[in-house]
Write a protein that binds this ligand. Structure first.
Ligand SMILES: *Cc1c(COP(=O)(O)O)cnc(C)c1O
Length: 240
């Protein structure tokens, strides 16, 4: 899959350019290659090009795919985590990007306790204030923060957002700024380090980096358009 090699090169160059524009150290920015809907072959092609960190948004799909990928790949969960999938998700992922409610955080903490794990997590914030989307409203997060930080197992490392789709990357900037400002306020108010900001996708990761992203979640720009369906093991070729 030579196109994946080339696409990755282009994405890396754009990341480096955005970091340079913002005067930021490239070391602070991690690329999460979002492999959802794509087969293990695509993950392997990206690994051949030096990419080791991947993002998946469905636990079912990840459970089927990850065992078929080289063991040195690292995985982040970027989707909406359902309560009944926590037990399967925890051993697979080194970071959960989208903890979007106090209930989910409590459940994660309880299951992690039963499994003897200490999961790392980011809190998803609904920066656009739409009623239908997942995530903490900023005001709700302020009131939930004390309890979130007191959880014995789950370690909160920062914030994440998925702004509404924009026609221009520039239109997403205000949401990235809002997430960074909220993170800065929470750090001051609660005196905790919250180093991670997961923001920016294929259409706007450069803008997100200019505004402080430490994790950009990029799928289409690396792997191409998605069919829309989740990948299933049965779709793997017999000779795979
Ligand atoms: C699918 C997905 C992405 C990647 O989106 P692209 O536009 O393909 O880069 C990033 N973040 C989340 C939460 C996603 O679900």
């Amino acid at each position: 899959m030579p196109e994946i090699f080339q696409s990755l090169q282009i994405v890396r160059e754009k990341i480096a350019e955005a970091a340079a524009r913002a005067g930021r150290d490239l070391q602070e920015i991690q690329l999460v290659a979002v492999s959802k809907t794509h087969p293990p072959e695509a993950v392997r092609a990206a690994m051949d090009a030096g990419q080791m960190l991947f993002g998946e948004s469905k636990v079912q799909e990840a459970r089927a795919k990850i065992p078929l990928c080289p063991g040195r790949a690292r995985w982040h969960f970027i989707g909406h985590l359902q309560k009944n999938k926590i037990r399967h998700a925890l051993p697979l992922f080194e970071l959960i990007h989208g903890v979007d409610s106090l209930e989910l955080a409590r459940d994660l903490d309880r299951v992690a306790g039963e499994m003897g794990l200490h999961p790392r997590a980011l809190l998803e914030v609904n920066v656009a204030g739409e009623g239908s989307k997942f995530g903490f409203a900023p005001a709700k997060l302020r009131t939930a923060m004390e309890e979130l930080l007191a959880l014995g197992r789950v370690q909160i490392e920062g914030l994440m957002c998925i702004p509404p789709p924009q026609s221009k990357a520039e239109d997403a900037r205000k949401f990235f700024v809002a997430l960074r400002n909220l993170r800065d306020e929470l750090m001051r108010e609660f005196r905790v380090p919250l180093p991670q900001l997961s923001m920016g996708m294929s259409g706007d990761f450069g803008t997100a980096i200019e505004e402080g992203a430490t994790l950009v979640r990029v799928g289409t720009a690396i792997f191409g358009e998605r069919s829309g369906k989740t990948w299933k093991a049965s779709e793997t070729r017999a000779d795979d």
